[in-house]
Write a protein that binds this ligand. Structure first.
Ligand code: MN
Length: 169
């Protein structure tokens, strides 16, 4: 695909009903998005549950602030990381097949991950994936610091979620 190497990756920390990280990968004209409950990990072999959420427009990528109660995605949004990503092969075909391997080149996240679709449980409506950190040169070993705790601030403004929430209160 022609966009290889220039695709946007965005991770937005979202303090909604539950704090989670929205991982957004640009495919064509949209951001394929998933909510990662415990956030992405740099530790090799770590698996994080990633729930597919609706595609977002590209203009959503740099948003930071507070979404008012009652609105879709209500809560505080912080741009935690951004950069580029490179899928292995055609990303649409890979997502359809249930396995997408990709590299991230962000300010905080560097390395390779794989999204693996999980078999749906009976009556389950949501589409669940596992976000698995690959064993590569950039990966951390178990017991090394958690990047989410090490660098919780916005890449855009250096603020924490609490500071963004306080700025509009
Ligand atoms: Mn969210």
């Amino acid at each position: 695909m022609s966009e290889l190497g220039i695709l946007a990756d965005r991770v937005q920390k979202h303090a909604a009903r539950r704090l989670h990280d929205d991982v957004r990968l640009q495919v064509g004209g949209v951001l394929k998005s998933s909510a990662v409950a415990r956030g992405p990990s740099l530790v090799a072999g770590e698996c994080r549950l990633a729930i597919a959420v609706e595609d977002h427009g590209l203009d959503y990528a740099d948003d930071e602030g507070v979404i008012a109660p009652g609105q879709d995605g209500a809560g505080t949004v912080l741009l935690w990381d951004h950069g580029t990503w490179a899928p292995e092969g055609d990303p649409d075909a890979a997502l359809a097949s249930g396995s997408l391997a990709f590299a991230l080149q962000g300010r905080k996240l560097n390395g390779c991950w794989r999204l693996l679709r999980m078999r749906p449980k009976p009556r389950e409506r949501q589409v669940s994936w596992r976000l698995v950190t690959s064993h590569d040169g950039a990966a951390r070993a178990a017991g090394e610091p958690d990047i989410l705790e090490e660098a919780p601030q916005s890449v855009l403004t250096g603020r924490t979620v609490e500071e963004i929430a306080a700025a509009v209160a």
